[in-house]
Design a protein. Structure first.
Length: 190
């Protein structure tokens, strides 16, 4: 990791499936004292994000910035990470694979949550956004089986507003289609 980020003492965040990178870009700008890894397997998403970076930041200075891109399957990256490395993991609108025969393709499953629990530091955050009510129920049911994850919502309003006020294009699509977006945040107990 030392070769990836010059200052490992800074908090390290991972966004899984950043799409066009709007949320990742906003967070990297808003929190220059933190490091960010964005994982996105689709070339178009990576290209869109890199274009956004190049437009907003001096291209020559990008290597000194606090954001890096992993352009492959995030499960491979997480499998290579040491325990207790990450301070925050964001998963924004993962594909819900709504048909029963496709459920096995879902990113969030028991094995994956075990790995997220392993790489998060104590007091680290796991944040998941979805606009699919069926997937919302699955995620809540699954993560409740992990007693070290503590859901932070105290009322419905807590999980119906986006973090940092950033709307992604997926959230906008959902709202246009009349679907509600849900924002779940969990803290990993010590």
């Amino acid at each position: 990791m030392r070769r990836v980020f010059p200052n490992l003492a800074l908090p390290l965040n991972l966004e899984i499936g950043f799409g066009g990178g709007e949320y990742l870009f906003h967070r990297a700008q808003a929190f220059p004292e933190q490091n960010f890894i964005g994982a996105e397997p689709y070339e178009n998403g990576v290209a869109k994000f890199l274009s956004l970076l190049a437009t907003a930041w001096d291209v020559e200075a990008l290597e000194a910035r606090n954001v890096r891109v992993y352009d492959d399957d995030v499960r491979d990256l997480i499998g290579k990470m040491p325990n207790n490395l990450l301070d925050r993991i964001d998963i924004m609108f993962p594909d819900p694979w709504p048909k029963s025969r496709h459920h096995r393709r879902r990113l969030i499953n028991h094995v994956f949550v075990q790995e997220l629990e392993r790489v998060l530091r104590p007091e680290g955050m796991l944040c998941i956004a979805t606009d699919h009510e069926g997937y919302l129920e699955v995620v809540l049911s699954l993560i409740q089986r992990f007693p070290n994850f503590c859901w932070q919502a105290s009322c419905a309003a807590d999980w119906q507003k986006p973090w940092y006020g950033v709307h992604t294009r997926y959230a906008e699509k959902a709202e246009i289609a009349g679907r509600r977006c849900y924002y779940l945040d969990f803290v990993l107990k010590k």
